[in-house]
Write a protein that binds this ligand. Structure first.
Ligand code: GLN
Length: 307
């Protein structure tokens, strides 16, 4: 990051710069419980490697983490079974929407990457090999990394379980292909409950710090990922973290990132900081419109892009 810039001043400027972006996207409504959130919420938090925390707006308000949890679930699976994960899931950008079905059939039930829904369902299946409730493992892992106790929003979880027809189709296809070995309903329930974990921008930025600190969590005061795995997780975020808009996202923001349909986006400045932003209105690819703009302005003002 540019030396001498005040992160607080940058956040204040970013909050002003994003204002014209409100009203350009739409909150996720395919999960009924998410449709009721105030669309004009905006929060942003930056945690630095050296222990600084900078926040603006609704940065301490909890939101639905949704697909951002896929990153932590993947980290757990890789820590558990290592490279065996890659016999079940690929590591290529999909170029298709996060819940696309037909690509999966063409490719014999092997998901392109762990961040599209198919890949995340396969990761849930891997975690189910060792625990009954992987969503609690993921919740407590993120909680430990953020230094707080996190909750699963049961209403959001149930709302998605009741309407997850497309994800069920994806899971059934993979069950037939052998990519998933547990009962489809068990995988769907655990996955939807994991997506319904709630957390604030500040908690998310804290939890992701190992990705900026060579695998070390300053909050938990322990090494969470080996250094090489940390680099690889960042590579996957950069190439697959924002689905079929990953190219334009890299062009605009230039940072490894993971978005979720709750409106959150997590971005990593390797070696320096993590940035979490939340605003519920989404673009057609499922990433926050205001959040993407905020990260673009932040990376321009601080010159923190990795590219
Ligand atoms: N729970 C959501 C789904 O499966 C997560 C999608 C997302 O955040 N991109 O559709």
């Amino acid at each position: 990051m540019k030396s001498g810039v005040s992160i607080d001043d940058v956040l204040a400027e970013v909050a002003l710069m994003v204002r014209p972006q409100f009203g350009k996207g739409r909150p996720a409504d395919y999960i009924p419980q998410l449709a009721g959130i105030d669309p004009h919420k905006f929060g942003m938090a930056v945690c630095t490697f050296s222990g600084g925390e900078h926040v603006i707006g609704d940065a301490d308000e909890a939101f639905s983490a949704q697909s951002i949890t896929k990153l932590f679930a993947l980290g757990l699976a890789l820590n558990q079974i290592g490279d065996e994960v890659w016999t079940r899931v690929g590591k290529e950008p999909s170029g298709t929407p996060f819940n696309f079905l037909s690509q999966l059939e063409y490719e014999h039930g092997v998901p392109r990457n762990p961040f599209i829904n198919a890949g995340a369902l396969a990761i849930t299946d891997i975690l189910l090999d060792t625990v009954k409730a992987p969503e609690l493992l993921v919740r407590d892992f993120i909680g430990m990394l953020s230094g707080s106790r996190l909750e699963i929003d049961e209403a959001v979880a149930q709302s998605e379980i009741d309407t997850a027809h497309k994800n069920r189709a994806i899971a059934n296809l993979m069950r037939g292909a052998g990519t998933i070995t547990h009962a489809v309903e068990a995988v769907i329930a655990a996955y939807c409950r994991q997506c319904a974990i709630t957390l604030s921008c500040r908690q998310l930025a804290r939890a992701a710090l190992p990705l900026a600190a060579d695998g070390f969590s300053p909050v938990a005061e322990e090494t969470i990922f080996p250094s090489r795995l940390t680099r690889r997780l960042n590579a996957l975020l950069l190439t697959c973290g924002t689905y079929d808009s990953v190219g334009s996202f890299a062009y605009r923001v230039g940072l490894p990132a993971k978005s979720g349909v709750g409106g959150g986006i997590l971005a990593v400045v390797p070696g320096q900081a993590t940035i979490a932003v939340w605003s519920p209105e989404l673009d057609k690819f499922g990433s926050s419109v205001v959040g993407t703009a905020a990260l673009e302005y932040f990376s321009q003002l601080t010159n923190c892009s990795v590219l």
